[in-house]
Design a protein around this ligand. Structure first.
Ligand code: PEP
Ligand code: MN
Length: 336
């Protein structure tokens, strides 16, 4: 059962409802959203008298949720917005995140941040801990990279998104990141999901390369069930039989997710394409299909990038992408 509290009520009223749930021997999960509290009830709901809960002060409504992903399900709310330093992800305005695959040094990160900001991006991406296929490939700058992000954020005002790879580093990454990224390879690292759930920081959850939509949503549920409602989903392509692109962007995932969940959905056209020639087309398609934003890899000299250079856009190409998606955004009633 999901209990929806009235907007703007005091937390004590939500805590009273929590107490009632505990009294019945069930586990409450209290979620503080942007506008209101929502409480999920975990356990055998027959033990709870729905009428008693509904009569409590501050309770707007209660509802039964059939989907196994109770908190992420669209059954309990139509859409949710994740707020990050004034950027509202999931609203009318599309949120564009851009930056290098891997952070390299402060100077080029500042150059990239200024260029993408000028073109209309509102968030900077950059990996300090990199999940590489080969253990011999560049693994990222670690905390030094996080410090670069902090300095560039101070200079440009851009909030930052960066990946965490394992539970031991969650606290450190959460200290620097405005959004913590969980990469495709860790989508089902359940211990890591629980750990980022405990931070209450916004989480960008990328779809695993062979994960079904329901598995993807159950992973979001892991984060939310720890009390963190600030989850942004990211479609980034799935493994296919065809080698023409690095992964196959699942455009259908966008309307399907919009049907099943209230969470915002963004798209990563860079990792899907694996080839910069296709990135703009995939970005246009994503916005046309209803995505709430994009995360794009950009570097001044992609050929010299320390990772993923083939799929990385240079500044003129990123400017072109922004011009193109502005047109598409307008056509589908969105803005940039
Ligand atoms: C990334 O965003 O740099 C990345 C590694 O993405 P993914 O987890 O989608 O492969
Ligand atoms: Mn990359």
């Amino acid at each position: 059962m999901i209990i929806v509290m009235e907007p703007g009520i005091k937390k004590e009223l939500a805590l009273k409802v929590e107490g009632e749930i505990k009294k019945a021997g069930l586990k409450p999960v209290l979620l503080a959203g942007t506008e209101r509290f929502v409480i999920a009830v975990i356990g055998d709901e027959r033990k709870l008298d729905e009428k008693v809960i509904r009569a409590m002060e501050g309770v707007e409504t209660t509802m039964m949720v059939l989907a196994p992903y109770k908190l992420a399900s669209k059954e309990n709310r139509s859409s949710s917005i994740v707020s990050v330093n004034g950027c509202r992800i999931g609203g009318k305005k599309l949120i564009i995140m851009a930056g290098p695959c891997s952070l390299e040094n402060e100077q080029n990160t500042l150059q990239i941040a200024r260029a993408v900001k000028k073109a209309g991006a509102v968030m900077l991406r950059g990996g300090a801990f990199k999940p590489r296929t080969s253990p011999y490939a560049f693994q990222g700058l670690g905390e030094e990279g996080l410090k670069i992000l902090k300095n560039i954020k101070a200079k440009t005002g851009l909030p930052v998104v960066t990946e965490v790879l394992d539970t031991r580093r969650v606290e450190m990454v959460a200290k620097y990141a405005d959004i913590i990224q969980i990469g495709a390879r860790n989508m089902q690292n359940f211990e890591l999901l629980k750990e980022v759930g405990k931070t209450h920081k916004p989480v960008l959850l990328k779809r695993g390369i062979s994960a079904t939509i329901d598995e993807f949503l159950m992973s979001a549920e892991y984060i939310m069930s720890e009390g963190n409602p600030h989850v942004i989903l990211c479609e980034r392509g799935v493994r296919s039989f065809d080698k023409s692109t690095r992964f196959m962007l699942d455009i259908s995932a966008i309307p399907v997710l919009k049907q099943k969940t209230h969470l915002p959905v963004i798209v990563d056209p860079s990792h899907a394409a694996g080839d910069r020639r296709y990135v703009c087309a995939l970005a246009r398609a994503a916005i046309a299909a209803g995505a709430d934003g994009l995360i794009v890899e950009v570097h001044p000299e992609p050929k010299k990038a320390l990772s993923d250079g083939d799929q990385t856009l240079n500044f003129p190409l990123f400017n072109k992408l922004m011009r193109e998606i502005k047109q598409i955004a307008k056509a589908v009633g969105r803005e940039i």
